[in-house]
Design a protein. Structure first.
Length: 288
């Protein structure tokens, strides 16, 4: 019943967003953010704790960022429900592209491209934006608990030009996608529990997913870090960084150094725009 109620409200919001002017999405996003803020008291505490420890903030400073973190997520939700309606012209208006030549150079090598990013800005729009620029994009996605909702959001992703690789089938499908010279997006900023490597993130130990560097080593695919910064409602800046090649003969300790560099870059991006990151996640849970 809870799943059906969630889908009912999803369908209403989706209808409003696709049948009314885009400005409606801004106000609906603000409303979603306020509602989420009110009903997720436990998550609010996690955000405050994470902000204070990671950025060395006091209570007042963390509180001043809290609602902006939720606002980014509210905007993400309404933008996502609209993104399969965006044309190439729409994307050009709402996204400023920087460093796209790095992705183009990596794709030209024809070994596939590993796009390294995180839950930053509107990460869902990142794939859709690159699709409109002519890249073939697949993304690894965790299955949602609500199966009806999972089906709906995957339909939007696929209509936006983003292929979905279910997390449970990731290994085989990632190899296949890279062999087809696709860009495969890895979100490497969540707690990996016992499956990850212990690396430093904001000065604390954090279990980190290893897939990006391991696939790069095994396939010859180039890693290109890419982040989508939010500058407002339907206003974004995509920043791509120089490609990173992982040699076949690197030891595990050397691979850890490569991954640590990517984690540090992610941290640097978050420091530039802390309200863009999803602080609701228990990122340091495994070791803290």
């Amino acid at each position: 019943m809870k799943n059906k109620i969630a889908i009912f409200f999803y369908n209403i919001i989706r209808f409003l967003l696709t049948h009314f002017p885009p400005a409606v999405g801004r106000y609906l996003g603000m409303g979603v953010a306020k509602l989420a803020y009110l009903i997720t008291s436990k998550r609010r505490k996690i955000v405050i704790s994470n902000l204070k420890k990671a950025l060395n903030l006091n209570d007042q400073e963390a509180e001043s960022l809290l609602k902006k973190v939720y606002l980014n997520l509210g905007y993400n939700f309404t933008e996502f429900l609209m993104q399969d309606t965006f044309s190439r012209a729409d994307i050009e208006k709402m996204v400023e592209f920087r460093g796209l030549e790095y992705l183009e150079a990596a794709a030209a090598e024809e070994n596939g491209v590993i796009l390294y990013t995180g839950h930053f800005g509107n990460w869902e729009l990142l794939g859709a934006a690159l699709d409109k620029k002519g890249f073939s994009i697949d993304a690894i996605a965790r299955e949602q608990n609500n199966s009806l909702f999972d089906k709906k959001i995957n339909q939007i992703r696929e209509k936006s030009g983003v292929g979905v690789i279910p997390k449970g089938l990731a290994v085989r499908k990632v190899f296949k996608s890279l062999k087809q010279n696709k860009v495969v997006a890895f979100l490497g900023d969540q707690d990996a529990r016992g499956r990850g490597w212990k690396l430093n993130f904001f000065g604390r130990d954090a279990s980190t997913y290893t897939g990006a560097v391991e696939f790069a080593q095994r396939t010859g695919a180039v890693i290109v870090p890419v982040f989508l910064h939010r500058h407002g409602w339907l206003k974004h800046e995509l920043i791509a960084y120089p490609p990173r090649k992982i040699a076949e003969d690197l030891s595990e300790s050397e691979l850890k150094e490569e991954l640590q560099d990517l984690v540090k870059l992610t941290e640097d991006e978050i420091r530039k725009a802390p309200t863009n990151w999803m602080w609701l996640h228990k990122r340091w849970k495994t070791y803290n």
